[in-house]
Design a binder for this molecule. Structure first.
Ligand code: PLP
Length: 468
């Protein structure tokens, strides 16, 4: 029996057709539901729970913090534990970033990053208040609040609110070897083409009006773990520098170790001006995110003698900060980022060896413990499945059924002009080789059985005729 979501909470999936499983407890990398299912969480929620669900050290750190200080207003005080966490974050960048602003969610961090970038230009000795435009990328997801939706490109979540969203962003192509790199084109030529596209966009908007270029260092939910090709970010940063604009990297999903280094930009030979982190920071033990600010920007803020007009009641919350600080200490002590690299390589190999030849698997891509499988009707044309099929929803639903019991983070992808289907596999950093084997076995069964059902349905589904 599928359990039905709590009657009192209306979440977007709590409708009768999509009953959410009611989770009773979490153990290791498994979630146990009220109706007796033990779900292998292959996605850490959505790349959140990097330590799994029952880390005792984190639990004790939160309990101890609760005994000392539950809350203090961030406008009047600084909680000691929040200062310690900010110090940890700054140190983790080898002095490249020199301030951390602690917030409550990824969307808030993105909003803070945008406001901070604008404030930077307003506070320069010769102010540049006209820099209010942001250039983002196709297939981006930066969060659900109105300001963050401005930057995002996840049509399903954005379109219903388009008349409320500030129109202060435009878009250039994301970097995607699967969808963007042309046949026979070298990666160097591809990077030049993308840099030229960004340059053209600056020219179109008016370079003096552009505040920042905003990108996920490794694409997340909407683009499905799209990894940059070598040289991409240095080229994009050079275009920003040419026009005096900032580079904001959103690492809410791909940051804090998920791709095999604490900060994903460490693998890109650049340092951003502003960076966001979120999900992996608190590993789900606390609702927390952060904005890291480059030393150069901080110096210029300091020189201006002016502040940053931003405040929220639950910023730098002591309980969330205590959780995040302990999570990060455990990750360091147990050398878990190395495990992300090793297990990530293994996961990538296993997925490729089992699924590359599958008729409907178009691409398998990722880095560290951050992988996506993208589905296409036809490998040659890369044509996606018809949207009305709800393929990614079907894959997720099958994974949650008895006999499969694996959580896959399904998404309606948005890839450079295409809408399609993929799911993410982003297990906790504590995952073992045996658990990865189990994940890959279950993933293969989910895919086989979902497509077996679809092929039976094929004659009835518009756009699927001929699939076998
Ligand atoms: N930025 C990125 C890259 C994300 O992946 C997300 C969430 O998926 C967000 C921002 C928004 O974070 P939150 O859902 O915590 O508000």
């Amino acid at each position: 029996m599928e359990s039905v979501g709590p009657k009192n909470s209306l979440l977007y999936k709590d409708f009768e057709s999509h009953p959410a499983a009611v989770v009773k407890c979490g153990r290791g990398i498994y979630l146990e539901t009220e109706d007796g299912r033990k779900i292998l969480d292959a996605t850490s929620g959505a790349a959140v729970a990097c330590l799994g669900y029952d880390n005792c050290e984190v639990r004790d750190a939160v309990a101890l913090q609760l005994m000392d200080l539950s809350y203090c207003h961030p406008g009047f005080y600084k909680a000691k534990v929040a200062e310690d966490l900010a110090g940890f974050l700054v140190d983790s960048t080898n002095g490249q970033m020199s301030k951390a602003i602690l917030c409550g969610s990824g969307s808030e961090a993105v909003e803070v990053a945008v406001k901070l970038a604008k404030t930077h230009f307003a506070h320069l000795p010769t102010p540049q208040p006209e820099r209010t435009h942001f250039i983002a990328r196709t297939g981006a997801w930066h969060g659900a609040t109105l300001g963050a939706l401005t930057l995002g490109d996840f049509r399903g979540r954005k379109d219903p609110f388009v008349d409320l969203i500030p129109q202060t962003a435009s878009r250039v192509s994301a970097c995607s070897t699967y969808r963007g790199l042309r046949n026979g084109e070298s990666e160097e030529a591809y990077v030049c083409r993308l840099a030229q596209e960004l340059d053209d966009e600056f020219q179109k908007i008016g370079p003096h009006r552009v505040c920042a270029f905003v990108a996920e260092t490794v694409g997340g939910s909407a683009s499905g773990c799209a990894t940059p090709v070598p040289g991409y970010f240095p080229a994009m940063k050079a275009v920003c520098a040419k026009y005096g604009a900032l580079l904001i990297l959103d690492e809410v999903m791909c940051g804090m170790g998920r791709t095999g280094t604490l900060h994903a930009w460490e693998q890109e030979s650049i340092v951003p001006d502003i960076q966001t982190v979120g999900k992996g920071l608190g590993s789900g033990y606390g609702a927390i995110s952060a904005v890291l600010v480059n030393a150069n920007l901080v110096d210029s803020f300091r020189a201006s003698g002016k502040g940053f007009a931003h405040g929220q009641t639950y910023m730098a919350h002591p309980l969330a900060a205590a959780a995040a600080l302990k999570v990060q200490q455990v990750i360091k002590k147990e050398n878990l980022v190395a495990n992300v690299r090793n297990m990530g390589d293994y996961l990538g190999q296993r997925l490729k060896s089992r699924l590359s030849s599958h008729q409907f698997v178009g691409d398998i891509r990722g880095r560290g413990l951050f992988w996506a499988v993208e589905f296409v009707v036809d490998k040659h044309s890369k044509k996606p499945f018809p949207a009305n099929l709800g393929l990614n929803g079907r894959l997720h639903a099958r994974g949650m059924k008895k006999g499969y019991e694996i959580a896959l983070f399904n998404a309606n992808g948005t890839y450079d002009g295409y809408a399609g289907d993929h799911f993410l596999i982003s297990p906790p950093y504590i995952v073992t080789e045996a658990e990865i084997d189990d994940i890959v076995d279950r993933v293969c069964r989910v895919i086989e059985d979902t497509f077996a059902e679809l092929v039976e349905l094929a004659p009835k589904v518009q756009g699927l005729n001929g699939v076998q």
